[in-house]
Design a protein around this ligand. Sequence first.
Ligand code: HEM
Length: 539
Amino acid sequence: MSLLSSLATLTLFKKAPPPPPPSFSAFAFLSSFAKEEKGWSDVVFFLGILLLASIALLVILDVLSRTMLKSKRTPPLIDASIPIVGGMLEFLKGPMKLMAKAFPKHGEVFTVPVFHERITFLIGPKVSEFFFKAKDVEMSQKEVYEFNVPTFGKGVVFDVDHQTRAEQFRFFADSLKSERLRTYVGMMVKEADAFFEKWGDEGEVDLLDSLSELIVLTASRCLLGREIRENLFSEVTALVHDLDKGMVPLSVFFPYAPIEAHRKRDKARKELALIFDKVIQARRESGSLEPDVLQTFIDARYKDGSKLTNDQVLGMLIAVLFAGQHTSSITSTWTGLLAIANKERVMPYLEQEQQQIMKKHGTKIDFDVLAEMDELHYAVKEALRMHPPLIMLLRKAQVNFDVETSDGKKYTVPKGHICATSPAFAHRMESVFKNPNTYDPQRFKTDENKFASYIGFGAGRHGCMGETFAFMQIKTIWSVLIRNYEFELIGDLPEPDYEGMVVGPKHPCKIRYKRREKKKNGLMKSPSMMSKSKSMTSK
Ligand code: HEM
């Protein structure tokens, strides 16, 4: 699960509405019960009345907000035949379905009522500009992503004010400067070579399972550090797994609910803290300098000279790990699945590019060599366009703001609304990408790159900080694979699994691979391969 896995998806509202403060009479009633003046049946009766009254109040407010209190310029509310829960029911059927239903009727801007919250969808580049460009004091992430706090820990990311978070993200930016990235690419290549060596000459794998495994290995080396990768890998991976499984849809609403998944999450978080405390302390004492993200966080200093505690260093690492892990595994899987499913049309571009690059650089893969792989870059970008793992991005409006739709409708989105935009939906709009349902990496050769058209990595103020890292990692994987193997899809191209917090392909994602015959000069044979597969997919 990623920071934004977490971050993104279903998260309509981060928590259940806080219970209203007891009125004087309610308080008196409960205290009289405490003094044993009332029986259980009275309490049940009282609570029933309270519940009915609350529902009635919500219904009245809901009706008013649709009629008398609705300003002409507020966005249209979706039709929810049953007020209050109607919008929620629509939403629970899945945000993609909700958007598919509401968009044709209401257009790029509409509001979904969910309990006491209003979620305003801003779909497409024309209406999502403010969403992406606004300052944190205007559009805030904290309220909608705060449920990550038990996983990441206290004092980091969504548990601090905007300014502190900006400083913490500067620490992360420092760890991704280009000289650092060059070092990470070396680690990525080493991990990928060792990993695929074990594949042997031919076989079958589930691509998602396999690439997820590799990405955990690489992330451990680049982010968590040598000590973890070399000595504590399985222990830490098991704990990170428990943290990951501790993020279930319920956590978004009730992050502290007493359920088994949360209990395991909290235990894992404590055990990780013990492990990392020792590793970090040893580095602090020895003064050793390692080329990884862990080191950057240990060395980081706030403007006032203070540093992160050991637990906060761990919190930052978990946040970064979660931001990159599922997103990268899923995108590398779609990159392969789509290219293989369309191999007659797309693979020749990728294979010829690898051949040309190998002619020039031999078998070496490094930062600069990867940067020359334009065709592979387009293939990754197109896979992410068609299947962005973070299907919804969220903010809470801290100010009223205006939007104008492509057909000239003007609305004011009120302060307090949760705002949602959707890479998965917007990337499939004909007005944003021509033939949006056709897999066509070549479209990016002449990409116009209008702001917020391509939002697989977000955009603007909170655009993905790990984008280059992710491209380097996915391109490393697929350049090693394409150089060494030919592929075939087993079965059909999978559908996206919208049940997941981070949306990836449904299982199985099986492929068959076979090692290429090497030519005398060490380059691979030109494309030949196994049985032909379907071309052109619109999934
Ligand atoms: C293909 C892989 C990836 C995808 C699709 C992806 C997608 C995204 C998206 C959509 C956002 C914006 C969220 C929002 O606006 O609410 C984001 C932010 C972020 N990503 Fe990624 N990401 C990927 C890989 C990574 C990696 C590998 C890292 C770290 C090494 C990373 C670190 C971050 C961070 C720190 C942010 C927050 C930036 C901010 O709030 O200022 N991501 N990512």
